[in-house]
Write a protein that binds this ligand. Structure first.
Ligand code: G4P
Length: 522
């Protein structure tokens, strides 16, 4: 098949949410639709002791593996679906953010009882910054939650994105009757644990469904929907693709209710792989020659082999196992023999892959996060991956001062790989590690010990707000432990502010000093 046909079948996306909103439950339901797993109710259960296929972090850990995040792929209808997991909870790290650079769209799950929560905002910002289309699923309608209008208002206000409700819930919790599916003109009836039934709008008022149509909650909701039709925004796929409008679906991942109609609609509307920016302009996915970039490197997936796997997103052409590629950063050529495709806990060899696919390639220690790999005589590089502002900071030293040479070597390599961000205090040159999540420190400690034979010590300096200085002529007297002056790996000055208050106090006092939030300049 041609590359164009293959790429038009690919739907590559991630699910983002705050912990406990229902990401695992949703992923599991999608895997069931894709016939990847058969058993219902295998959601990771603290009670049942079972876990979802996507939630294999703990098992990996028990086998001595430090960090993980999975990619699941399965056929669905006419499509080949790739779902990239975005680890949350204590596994939240820069990898979670970087995963978003490798997808073509995102499903954002919001818990209807809680509304938008902190982690969703962070992940949403990254999507918005990169113009990734976002589809919203408001979950847990089987519980009493916040009013639908409230939830839409909150999305519009907090996330600053236009919403378009694709369906509208009729009641919630105990009074939950179903959803009015505006997009497909049908009422989807909630039947508890039984399968949902679909009633087209034009037969709904035929008299056969009086039990529904005469229900006061239903009548009220129909009026609300008319209001939406008249006063709400129009559905606009162009805006959705640009990331300026989010289609909103209501349902329950657990029931499951509204999940199948959501997924069917999502899979049709979500974009297939598009042209991507490079140092030599846009590169189309259907071009003959293979290209891709590495968005994540995972060490020690198999402790017996101490191997590393680089996760590569195929961006153009056809990948074939054994093919020769070049790494433009170094100009070196490689043969890609050892490749894997990930289906949660099982890993199979991949012989070919197309734009939108994610493959794992064996890394003998030559790749860095953000590296481009190219077939033939191409020379471009994909846009650099953004650096994400770390939030947690710790001083780090080697327990044994005799090991300072290995310590420095390890630090340097792990920084290059993108596993951590390193800063040096000024002028003392103490090392400070910045990370997005706690897990990154555990991984760092583990790898320093096992790969470089160095025991490290941490001293937390807490959550900090990093702001870069635009002027390299700084007056060191202005800074102390509260507002700590450090240099990043490029030698640029930044200040790690103790908290919001310290930042505001400093900005008020020193109006002449310009401070930059890395997020804004990205
Ligand atoms: P996460 O991956 O986003 O962290 O969330 P997860 O799917 O693990 O769901 C978190 C909790 O919310 C789970 O309950 C899950 O059963 C529940 N949940 C998910 N979707 C729905 C829904 O549509 N309705 C309702 N009522 N609950 C839902 P738990 O008690 O923490 O775990 P478990 O012991 O039930 O597995």
């Amino acid at each position: 098949m041609s590359i164009k046909i293959e790429k038009d079948m690919r739907k590559t996306f991630a699910i983002i949410s705050h912990p406990d909103a229902g990401k695992t439950t949703m992923t599991e339901k999608l895997l069931m639709f894709g016939n990847l797993i058969r058993e219902a109710g295998t959601v990771k259960g603290k009670k049942s002791g079972k876990f979802a296929t996507s939630d294999w972090m703990e098992i990996e850990k028990q086998r001595g593996i430090s960090v993980t995040s999975s990619v699941m792929n399965f056929p669905y209808k006419d499509y080949k679906v790739n779902i990239l997991d975005t680890p949350g909870h204590e596994d939240f790290s820069e990898d979670t953010y970087r995963t978003l650079t490798a997808v073509d769209s995102v499903v954002m799950i919001i818990d209807a009882t809680k509304g938008i929560e902190a982690q969703t905002i962070k992940l949403f910002k990254v999507c918005k910054m990169r113009g990734i289309p976002i589809f919203t699923f408001i979950n847990k309608l089987d519980r009493e939650g916040r009013e639908p209008f409230d939830l839409l208002d909150q999305i519009e206000e907090v996330l600053d994105i236009e919403t378009y409700p694709m369906n509208w819930p009729v009641g919630m919790g105990k009074r939950f009757l179903g959803i009015l599916d505006r997009y497909n003109d049908q009422f989807v009836k909630f039947n508890g644990s039984e399968r949902e039934s679909l009633i087209p709008f034009d037969t709904l008022h035929s008299g056969d469904y009086k039990d529904i149509t005469e229900d006061p909650t239903f009548k009220e909701t129909e009026e609300e929907m008319l209001l939406l039709d008249e006063a709400g925004d129009q559905f606009d796929l162009d805006k959705v693709i640009k990331g300026d409008q989010t289609p909103v679906f209501f349902g329950s991942a657990l029931a499951p209710f509204g999940v199948e109609t959501f997924f069917d609609t999502f899979i049709d509307l979500a974009p297939t792989p598009q042209a991507r920016k490079t140092t030599e302009g846009l590169v189309e996915p259907e071009q003959e020659q293979f290209s891709g970039f590495i968005f994540k490197i995972q060490a020690n997936m198999n402790p017996a082999h101490r191997d590393r796997v680089a996760f590569l997103r195929v961006c153009s052409g056809k990948f074939e196992r054994g093919m020769s590629v070049t790494l433009p950063r170094t100009g070196k050529a490689f043969k890609l023999n050892q490749t894997q495709q990930f289906v949660a806990s099982s890993r199979g060899t991949v012989d070919e892959a197309y734009p939108g696919d994610i493959i794992g390639i064996y890394d003998p220690g030559v790749y860095r996060i953000g590296d481009t790999l190219l077939e033939g005589k191409q020379t471009f590089e994909y846009d650099e991956l953004p650096q994400f502002p770390p939030e947690l900071f710790k001083r780090v030293t080697a327990k044994n001062v005799m090991k300072s040479k290995q310590f420095k070597k390890g630090l340097e390599q792990l920084v290059q790989e993108g596993a951590i961000q390193l800063f040096k205090t000024y002028p003392m040159e103490n090392y400070i590690i910045g990370a997005v999540g706690e897990l990154q420190y555990q991984v760092f400690e583990h790898r320093m010990k096992h790969e470089y034979n160095v025991d490290v010590m941490f001293e937390s300096i807490g959550e900090r707000i990093p702001r870069w200085l635009t002027d390299n002529q700084v007056d060191t007297a202005l800074f102390d432990d509260r507002n700590l002056l450090v240099k990043d790996r490029e030698g640029e000055f930044l200040v790690l502010f103790k908290n919001d208050f310290a930042l505001r106090w400093f900005t008020d006092k020193h109006k002449d000093i310009e401070l930059i939030d890395l997020f804004e300049v990205n």
